[in-house]
Design a protein around this ligand. Sequence first.
Ligand code: PAF
Length: 283
Amino acid sequence: MEIISTVAALREAVAKAKAESLTVGLVPTMGALHAGHLSLIERARKECGFVVVSVFVNPTQFNNPDDLRTYPRTVEADCAKLEEAGVDVAFVPSVDEIYPEPDTRVFDLGPVAEVMEGAMRPGHFNGVAQIVSKLFDYVQPDKAYFGEKDFQQIAVIRRMVEIEGFNVEIVPCPIKREADGLAMSSRNVRLTPEQRELAPVIHQVLTDNADMAKDGLDLQSLRDMVVEELNSYDGMEVEYYEIVDPITLQPLENWADAKNGAVGCITVWLGDVRLIDNIKYPD
Ligand code: PAF
């Protein structure tokens, strides 16, 4: 595995792979790698002859300076995991390498970026579009892999791809969970032992709610049940829970509108740790 920190060297490595007609796969990450990331890499390995993984904590997508400051950074351990996973290139740039000058681009991401995370974290998705578009420009990947835990992010990236005209297949990959159901996230390491013990209740409540949908309950009641139940736990606070159309990401009013299916998207605070998760409702 090559560890590359400059854009020029990255472009060169990719050009060589393309000259050998290898399919190029990109897995963008912010590091602090866990089994969720490794599952994306495994999929990329199976489908592509040349796999690039970027490890970069992108400052422009953090709307909260404390979150950026405390985001876990474990570059050495990450590179060891990437080597072990059979990655071809680990791209580990500095902030100055990516942003030699401020990125002032504003993407017209439309309604998919206006709700939920977009409403709660102003500028977040524009920052995601900035970094992912830069990575796509450097690597020109045939396929790019993203975890479905960040369900809305995938829709936003699809929109950015449409705007910029990148010729890339976006590959969504299923959420990886701990044995107790907690969605894997780099932020989980920031939970106290007590918070970690409580956190799996998020997935339990969502799974029960999706089961209850089979009994014909209306969307508003289902939504309220999730919020009330999770808020009843000490130290847990739901920021939002929305049951949305999986393509437009717009909140659904009733089941008749759920023509593309329905996904429940949640953000929960445990102390100062913000966790997100989602669940697909049965058709
Ligand atoms: O999902 C993430 O880890 C980040 O938002 C991404 C896609 C790597 C961009 O920084």
